[in-house]
Design a protein around this ligand. Structure first.
Ligand code: ASP
Length: 374
């Protein structure tokens, strides 16, 4: 089941072109998306949404995550199969250092991956955490959902299970890029070996930000994840989240991404919400579950997401996590779609033009993520 990536990445020009207007979206429409429109049957217009990297990595045929998932959905594929096929493109992209193969490693230099998925109509879910050696943890998460009685398998157990399921296990998922960045981090963070724990943690955090500032790490990849959610014409909803987690994490650290209710929640009667950003904030607040529950009470996806952000803000009280205005000094993003296909991307801060990816019958486009705090 190992796959190699020989695809491309959508360049800046293409992203810029895609951002914003419906015209741009229409112009970017893939032939497959156009074809898809013809097979819609019910009242719901199929849609796929994802974090912005869902419109960046490209497969050999040029398809991005959201385009592939949308095409498959409109060709009649199972929605979960479709969104997972979409995120596989990003997992296999060696240049995306936040997801799958080539994700930035933990503090010992090991790439450890987290993923979960939820199948709305079948009410099945599966996740793997801290798995090593498999490029596509989302497929292992799906196998956990389909082939076991469990929802979450971690560490060596997850790798052993993947081997039993026939996945290719590799010794090392680092690429030259992730290895080079890791050694740069080591060089900066560990000049005199470990200091006292508090100082050490502060130093790690500062070095991470310095490396982003110096252009060594894509700021979006300090954390960085892909979440992708889809709805088909029958209103069936599925979602998947997959990540290499926090760069340089303490070995064994697991974020929100593989945890049902935190990094992803799907209810086929309501919709789906998934998250990227500081996983600890999301874990504490079970925020994707909260978003879906808000939509169940009638909230629009945007308002539901904003409610979750407000909850996280209210529960963030440690001074080390607050900026001078008393707001969180980190960000969390939610990608939210309801069963009717209404959608939103929300985060704490609107400042730096972050987008999420959307694919509909009009094609793929990047849509601005709205901020709670301007
Ligand atoms: N939420 C992920 C984690 O905390 C990382 C991310 O989305 O950036 O592991």
């Amino acid at each position: 089941m190992g796959e190699s990536f020989t695809g491309k990445r959508a360049g800046v020009d293409r992203r810029t072109f895609l951002t914003g207007t419906a015209l741009a979206g229409a112009a970017a429409a893939t032939a497959t998306a156009g074809r898809a429109a013809a097979v819609q049957t019910a009242g719901v217009k199929p849609i796929v949404i994802a974090s912005g990297n869902g419109l960046r990595s490209q497969a050999d045929d040029g398809e991005t995550c959201v385009e592939r998932a949308f095409r498959m959905i409109t060709e009649g594929a199972d929605v979960l199969d479709a969104v997972i096929a979409g995120v596989n493109i990003v997992e296999l992209d060696p240049e995306d250092t936040s997801v799958g193969y080539g994700g930035l490693p933990d503090a010992h230099g090991n790439v450890t991956l987290d993923s979960c998925c939820m199948h709305g109509p079948k009410k099945r879910a599966g996740g793997v955490a801290a798995i090593q050696g498999v490029r596509t943890p989302s497929l292992v998460a799906q196998a956990v959902a389909d082939k076991t009685d469990h929802h979450l398998i971690v560490g060596q157990g997850a790798q052993d299970l993947a081997r039993q399921f026939g996945f290719t296990i590799e010794d090392d998922l680092n690429t030259d890029t992730s290895r080079r960045i890791f050694f740069e981090w080591k060089r900066r963070v560990d000049p005199a070996h470990y200091l006292d724990p508090e100082r050490d943690a502060a130093l790690r955090w500062r070095v991470l930000h310095d490396m982003a500032r110096d252009g060594i790490i894509d700021p979006e990849h300090m954390y960085g994840t892909i979440n992708c959610n889809g709805v088909n014409a029958a209103g069936d909803v599925c979602g998947v989240t997959t990540t290499s987690g926090l760069a340089w994490k303490i070995p064994g650290r697991v974020g929100d991404s593989p945890i049902l209710g935190a990094g992803l929640y799907v209810d086929n009667d309501v919709g789906a919400a998934g998250s990227t950003g500081r996983g600890e904030a999301n874990l504490y607040n079970c925020a994707s579950y909260l978003v879906v529950e808000e939509m169940r009470r009638g909230a629009h996806p945007k308002d539901a997401g904003m409610t979750a952000l407000a909850r996280i803000r209210a529960n963030t009280v440690d001074s080390r996590l607050l900026n001078e205005d008393g707001n969180p000094n980190f960000d969390v993003n939610f990608y939210v779609v309801d069963k009717q296909g209404r959608h939103a991307g929300v985060r704490f801060y609107s400042g730096d033009n972050r987008n999420y990816a959307v694919c509909t019958e009009n094609g793929a486009e990047l849509v601005p993520i709205e901020g709670l705090i301007s």
